[in-house]
Design a protein around this ligand. Sequence first.
Ligand code: 16G
Length: 246
Amino acid sequence: SSTDLGQLGEGGPLYVRLQRLIRAAVNDNRLVIGAALPSERDLSEAYNLSRVTVRRAIDELVDDGFLSRRRGSGTFVSDTAPRTERVEKSFSTLSSFSEDMKARDRIPGSRWLTRGSGFVTPEEALSFGLSPGSPVHRFRRLRLADGAPMAIEISTITGFALPSVEAVGASLYDALSVTRCRPVRALQRLRAETAGEERAKLLEVDAGHAGLLIERRAFLADGRPVELTRSFYRGDAYDMVAELGV
Ligand code: 16G
């Protein structure tokens, strides 16, 4: 084919499939910011699509700010192109990052930034209701979906819940299920925060990027605290949704 964008996937209208292909190419850097998109004619020939379909796909991506047109020279990947499709995350269920991603057919990933074991800080002891000197495990992880960074998570886990920090593989909640310490109740607090240099670099966004910080304090049925996690989510990758009743 005359393009390197790969195969058109299945499911949904043709113009949506072409959009998915273009977004995926940007996601995994086959099309970098500023790169020119193949011409509409090349796309329609390569994928056997009508020019109307190709134009519709591209027009929408231009409207979204994902692509931009420069008169006379073609269509380019915008420098504001969000590198991921937004994910709707429930704000009212006690799900794990891995479960959230699998539910959306994304492959969850995790990269260790730091990990170790130690003792509670006076602050953690107070907010957790733990005795001073209680053992805890601590780690920082970069969370990925299909290889693209989505969130940074900083966790403190009470000592009794895990034999060691190495017991955590790809999923913390899987490890906590094994020790029968998966939490069943949690308090969450959400606030807006911007990404400083360090967060921005890890999440591959510009410094000053608007993110969502969610703090989760999670407990066992008997009230013992298990987890204190601060998750910094990319603001361009998430919508927080909750079902409310009266
Ligand atoms: C979610 C949780 C986080 C938990 C993690 C476990 C929120 C706001 N936070 O990100 O508290 O530690 O999932 O995910 O939902 P894992 O089992 O994939 O490691």
